[in-house]
Design a binder for this molecule. Structure first.
Ligand SMILES: Nc1nc2c(c(=O)[nH]1)N[C@H]1C(S)=C(S)[C@@H](COP(=O)(O)O)O[C@H]1N2
Ligand SMILES: [Mo]
Length: 220
C-alpha cells in the first residue's frame, strides 16, 4: 500500500480558515472576522458585482459639510466632522453582504470605525435598548442595541482599498454583516439611542424587523 501523504493543501486552507475566524489580532485590527457561518445563507445567490439599491437619491455630501451626530440616551452625545471621524481608530474587516432581494457579495474588505468604539465614547445609558439610524436621503432603519454591540458592526468609509463610492453610501455608511443589508444605513447622518424601537423606512413597509439572513427572515 502506498504511504498516505498528508493533504498539505487542505491543511493550509484549514489553517487559513481557522486564522480568519480567530478575529482580533494583537494590534487590535480585526482581520477577516467571521462570527457566523461562511457561505451562502438560504435562498441567496452570489453575485460578483455590487448592485446599487436605494430610494434613488444619492445625496451630494462635500466632506467639509459632512457630519455624523450621535444622540439620545447616551452620557456623551457627539458630532463628528469628517476630520474627527478619520481621527478615530479605523478597523479593517472582511465580510459578506447579503441583500434581502437574494443577492450576496463575498469578501468585501471594509475600513471604518467600530460601532463598539462609538459606544465607548458616547456611553449608552442603561435604558437604551434600540438604535435608530437616519440618512442624508431621509432613509431610516433601526436595530436592537445588542445587534449593534458586536465587533463586526462598522461605520464604513473605505471598501476594497478605495473611498466608499457615493452610490454605496459614501462618505460613510453602516454595515451590520449578520443582518440583511437594508439594516445598514447608507449616507448615515444620525445615530440615536432609544428606549423603544422606532421602525424605519422598510420596517414599516413589510420587511422583517429581525432581518436575519441565516434564518431567511425576509418579510414580516
Ligand atoms: N440611506 C439609505 N440606506 C440604505 C438604503 C437606502 O435607500 N438609503 N437602502 C437599503 C437597502 S434596501 C439595501 S439592499 C442596501 C443596498 O446597499 P448598496 O446599494 O450599497 O448595495 O442599502 C440599504 N441602506
Ligand atoms: Mo434591499
Amino acid at each position: 500500500m502506498p504511504m498516505q501523504e498528508p493533504n498539505e493543501k487542505l491543511i493550509a486552507k484549514k489553517e487559513e480558515w481557522a486564522k480568519a475566524k480567530r478575529g482580533l489580532v494583537e494590534d487590535g485590527v480585526t482581520q477577516d472576522h467571521r462570527a457566523r457561518a461562511v457561505g451562502l445563507p438560504p435562498g441567496q445567490h452570489r453575485v460578483n458585482n455590487w448592485p446599487v439599491l436605494d430610494l434613488g437619491i444619492h445625496p451630494d455630501l462635500p466632506l467639509d459639510q459632512w457630519a455624523l451626530t450621535v444622540s439620545g440616551l447616551v452620557e456623551q452625545p457627539i458630532t463628528w466632522t469628517w476630520e474627527q471621524f478619520l481621527a478615530q481608530p479605523q478597523v479593517e474587516l472582511v465580510t459578506d453582504f447579503h441583500c434581502v432581494t437574494t443577492w450576496s457579495t463575498f469578501d468585501n474588505a471594509w475600513l471604518g470605525v467600530a460601532f463598539r468604539h462609538l459606544m465607548q465614547l458616547v456611553k449608552p445609558k442603561p435604558d437604551a435598548q434600540f438604535v435608530y439610524f437616519t440618512s442624508y436621503d431621509n432613509y431610516s432603519t433601526s436595530l436592537p442595541l445588542e445587534a449593534c454591540d458586536d465587533d463586526d458592526v462598522l461605520l464604513v468609509q473605505r471598501w476594497n482599498g478605495k473611498p466608499l463610492p457615493k452610490e454605496h453610501g459614501g462618505p460613510v455608511r453602516v454595515h451590520v454583516p449578520k443582518r440583511y443589508a437594508w439594516k445598514g444605513a447608507k449616507w448615515v447622518k444620525e445615530i440615536i439611542f432609544l428606549e423603544n424601537d422606532r421602525p424605519g423606512y422598510w420596517e414599516v413597509r413589510g420587511y422583517s424587523n429581525t432581518a436575519l439572513p441565516w434564518d431567511e427572515d425576509r418579510y414580516a
